[in-house]
Each structure stands twice: as C-alpha cells, then as structure tokens.
Design a protein around this ligand. Structure first.
Ligand SMILES: [Zn+2]
Length: 368
C-alpha cells in the first residue's frame, strides 16, 4: 500500500514557492509544471484562457490516461510576491513559514505541490486511477482562469485544493457576489460665489448611502460599500463621485433583489437632484451548493474518512475557483489544506497538515 513521502512533498513545495508569479504572470510556474512532468505518462495542454484573462499563460490541463471523471485543481498565482523567499521549517513543531519578509505562498503552491506529488506517485502505479489536474491563472484577482476554463469534456466533478480550512473540512456551499461601480455626475461651481449653480455629487452619494442598510442583511446576504472617491477642492461644489460596493448572497434571487435596491436608491436621489449616473455591474463569482449525492461531495467526504478523520462539510463566505467551476456546470468542492494566514507575512502550514492533505488526495485518486 502506497503512503505519502513527507520529505518529497516538502521538496516539491519548496521548489514551487521559489518561483515568483503574481496574477496574470504565471508563465514561469506553467514552465515549471511542464518541466516537472517531462517524461511522465500524462498529456499536458494549455487552454486559450490567456486571451480573456490577459495572463502570459493559459490554464494548464494535465490528463492522466483517459482523464478519469474528476479533476484536481489549484491556482498558480500568489496574492503577493515570493521573490527571495526563505522557507523555515521548525524542527520541533513542524511549522513551515518564512523569515517574515515575504508570504509563504502556501496559498496556493501547497495545493499545486499536492497535485504534482500525486501525479508523480501515480506513474506506473496500478493502485491509482486516471484523473485530470488543472492549474489556474488569475485566482487572486478575478478568478479569471477558472471562469474562462475550457472545460475538459470528460470531467464531471472538481476538487479544488485551496481552502485555508484545516484538512478534514471542505466547502460545499458558498455565496455569489456582484460588484457595482457607480459614478454620479453633478455640476461643478464655485462654492462661495455660486453654490446655487452647482449639483453636489458627494451630497447625492451621502443621501443615498444614508438610506441603504449595509452589513448582514439576512442569514444569506451581505452588502458593503467599500470605496468612495470624489471632489477636487474645498471651494468647488463636487462634480463627480465614484462609489464601489458589493452584494453577496447564497441565494441568487436575494442577490439580485439587493443589487436592485442599491441601484434604485442611488437613481432616485440622482433624479431628485437633477444629476446623472453611470453604472457598471461585475459578477465576481456565482453561488453554489452541493448535496451529499454529488460526486465531488462524495469524493471529498469519503477520502477524508479513509484518512481516519471525521469529514466536516462547511460553508464559506468567500469565493474560490470552486464557484467558477460550479458556474461552468462542474459540481466542485473546495478542500481544506491547512495553509493558514494566507496573504500575510506570517502565513504558515504545519508539515503534518501538508502530509494529511496529500493523504486525502491519495485517497481521492486511489482506486476504490
Ligand atoms: Zn488561493
């Protein structure tokens, strides 16, 4: 029976985090993957998502044998640079972190290391079934890679190795999110000489926001106005103001209702003041909810149990590549890999959690 080699997985991880690749600049990571897989019995292709995302590479798709029924995924970009990284492994505790000058990049190179390790392990190994692996671009900025994935035709389910939860947990339900960018156009005028001639865009924004409830609107839904910019000088009636916010909900209908409420409120105030408004709506990610009979749910649940842990299906309030995949019609879950404090200089992962994640992965791809 095969088991995880704790030193080998750490070695692959260390090699991966050395590569500096921010969102839309993942090509060096893609090149590393091609080099790593050279001579192995897999087919490596790159999709055309680069045209949509603006990245210098597409998503990397790796097909082992027939490609099987499911794909294991991770993303190639990091939220912040890992240039000149120093990885430290505490001998006593097994805590893997940096010297504090950079992030560790375990989000999401640990997910990548797990998947590459499984592909390596699968070579000439009759215990492991065929599967597909996909490495995405642009996760940290727009989820652009996964949103624009050219979905392999044979794939029916996805396991995303990118939740900061501890191994044993997996996200089966997550909200959708839409961002709204509004620009109110009033009229500039001298604030002392001719204030009557001006239309105060900041005043309109303030009146609108004062009418809107923000924060948690119900169990499923939140709304937040996070950016406001406007005005030019204290003696000028402000002509323009820009407002950027988001609505999140587990229920698509509630999301639309709240978004409409926001837009209507601004429109009413703009109309009353005789100003104008432009609106841009962007879908950040679509919501999803998997039931226990979905293949992705079962794969995660059973593999965690086979690793002698109690599976814990959890809800997330954030978005991930799993949202995109579900949006593309591929039911997917986001697996906890134990990469903690993501995006911070004190990001870390316990070596034990790295090994447990690989063991869960192994139980996903092991023939049943
Ligand atoms: Zn991530």
């Amino acid at each position: 029976m095969i088991t995880t080699d704790r030193h080998r997985i750490l070695e692959i991880f260390k090699n991966l985090v050395k590569i500096d690749a921010l969102s839309c600049n993942e090509k060096p990571v893609a090149d590393f993957v091609r080099e790593f897989l050279k001579g192995k019995s897999v087919t490596v292709t790159e999709d055309n998502s680069g045209k949509e995302t603006g990245s210098n590479t597409g998503n990397i798709i790796i097909k082992r044998g027939t490609g099987g029924k499911f794909m294991l995924t991770a993303h190639m970009d990091t939220a912040r640079t890992t240039e000149n990284i120093t990885v430290v492994v505490d001998e006593g505790t097994g805590k893997i972190h940096t010297d504090g000058r950079t992030i560790l990049g375990a989000d999401n190179r640990q997910g990548m290391a797990t998947i590459l390790y499984l592909i390596e392990l699968a070579e000439n190994n009759p215990e492991i079934e065929d599967f597909t692996a996909v490495f995405f671009t642009c996760e940290e900025t727009t989820l652009g890679g996964s949103k624009n994935l050219e979905v392999p035709a044979w794939v029916e389910a996805g396991i995303v190795f990118d939740s900061s939860h501890l191994p044993g947990k997996f996200v089966y339900r997550a909200p959708g999110s839409k961002t709204f960018t509004l620009e109110i156009l009033g009229r500039a005028s001298h604030s002392g000489i001719a204030p009557e001639k001006g239309i105060n865009a900041i005043g309109i924004a303030a009146a609108s926001i004062a009418r809107l409830k923000q924060g948690r609107l119900d169990d499923d839904t939140t709304m937040n106005i996070g950016i406001i910019e406007g005005g030019t000088a204290t003696n000028v009636v402000p002509e323009k103001v820009k407002i950027v916010g988001e609505v999140r909900s587990f229920k698509p209908q509630r999301l639309e209702e709240e978004l409409e409420r926001v837009l209507n409120t601004f429109e009413e105030e703009v109309k009353t003041a005789g100003a104008a408004i432009t609106k841009a709506i962007y879908e950040d990610f679509t919501p999803y909810e998997l039931s226990p009979d979905h293949l992705a749910y079962q794969l995660a649940y059973n593999a965690i149990r086979a690793t002698n842990m109690e599976p814990q299906p959890v809800i997330s309030f954030g978005g991930s590549d799993a949202n995109s995949l579900n949006g593309l019609g591929i039911p997917s879950v986001n697996l906890g890999i134990g990469a903690q404090n993501p995006h911070a200089n004190d990001e870390f992962v316990m070596w034990e959690d790295m090994v447990t994640t690989a063991n869960i992965g192994l139980n996903i791809v092991r023939k049943k």
